[in-house]
Ligand binder design. Sequence first.
Ligand code: S3P
Length: 443
Amino acid sequence: MTALISSPVGPLAGAAAVPGDKSISHRALILGALAVGETRIAGLLASDDVLATAAAVKALGAQAEQGDNGDWRVYGRGVGGLAEPQGVLDMGNSGTAARLLTGVVATHPFTATFAGDKSLSERPMERVMTPLRQMGARFTTRSGGRLPITVTGAPSPVPIAYEMPVASAQVKSAVLLAGLNTPGRTTVIEPRPTRDHTERMLGHFGAEVTIVEKAGGKEITLTGQPELTGAEVTVPGDISSAAFPLVAALLVPDSKVTLTGVGVNPSRSGLIETLKEMGAAIGIGNQRFEGGEPVADLTVESSGLKGITVCGARAPAMIDEYPVLAVAAACAHGVTRLEGLGELRVKESDRLDAIVRGLTAAGVEATATDDALTVKGGGGPPPGGARIEARLDHRIAMAFLVLGMVAETPVEIDDGTTIDTSFPGFADLMNGLGANMEEAPKR
Ligand code: S3P
């Protein structure tokens, strides 16, 4: 554990490129492992979470390595061609790795065991096991359907049409990935649109995917047993990582920061919309497509924000951004109410609880119900001066370090190492823009 302290700072300035998108990086490695031939991935996020997926696809028989120019190359085994791993697959902190790879293994005729860290071992896996059992997979788990779990893949998988009870891209992706080695058509119906990187990338690798808009959500159908062909993937900057310097630049007076090459897929960009409604000055320039994903440069200038209500329909498009949005809300004028947040209770930590406790410790009035968060903004710097437990949750750690930048007194987090799961180099990038984050003196 390395404690970090973030102190109040003056204007932020400059340009930065945040690391590659975590969701897209996992998917590029997995589809590369299921394709025939070479997949080249530029801009892969080399974070602990994604490296867990890279190690797992290697243990399942694919080749994956980083070349001298930084690009990754994956040599896949073809759909249905993965092999039984010798050891336990360690997913570290990553729910995406655990759930997506469970989907992959569910329709391969062998047995694999997935384990993870303390945080991941508390997170629900039943949500993926329910549809995957219907496809023919079998599972043994720890109590409560938690990791470690052992998956025995279906020898003769059956296609399903599955209506998801939760709006989860991880569940959708697990079923679609299982559908790859399943004859016939596999359909997922989502109650609300969730991030669509899996569908986009399946198409990019040569699979047939059809999408029908439904009231509220979408119906996604994959034709099974395609021949996937190795592809070139360019991974855009992660909007969920860009969220931290973006909010910091909004809140620190007289700042102007440009974040280059950020993925602005509409199924991910709910934070931009929300912050604009709060009064944020965010310019979206140089829009282009890279590897089938929309990308732009975001220019952010400090802005006075006002409290608003955000309804649950927007939650899937900004599900990972609530910790840092809560920090913005703490500095806004008036009350912000964020609804439809039940899923935050089962992220890397119980994020609703972590946000409320952290903000309260920093002198901000915040309350939560089962699935909603209310933050009373003071219209200026919050008191700060707190030591926050990161709870093995990178986004809680980074959000409270941003709070330290804009508070009256520094904010400390007990463990900064968790940040490497999604944003290696976070403190350096932030300090390059004018932040003051460093290792905290030993207690
Ligand atoms: C992810 C989906 C989201 C998100 C997670 C990454 C993905 O989870 O919170 O960080 O890559 O599919 P859910 O789909 O379970 O909400």
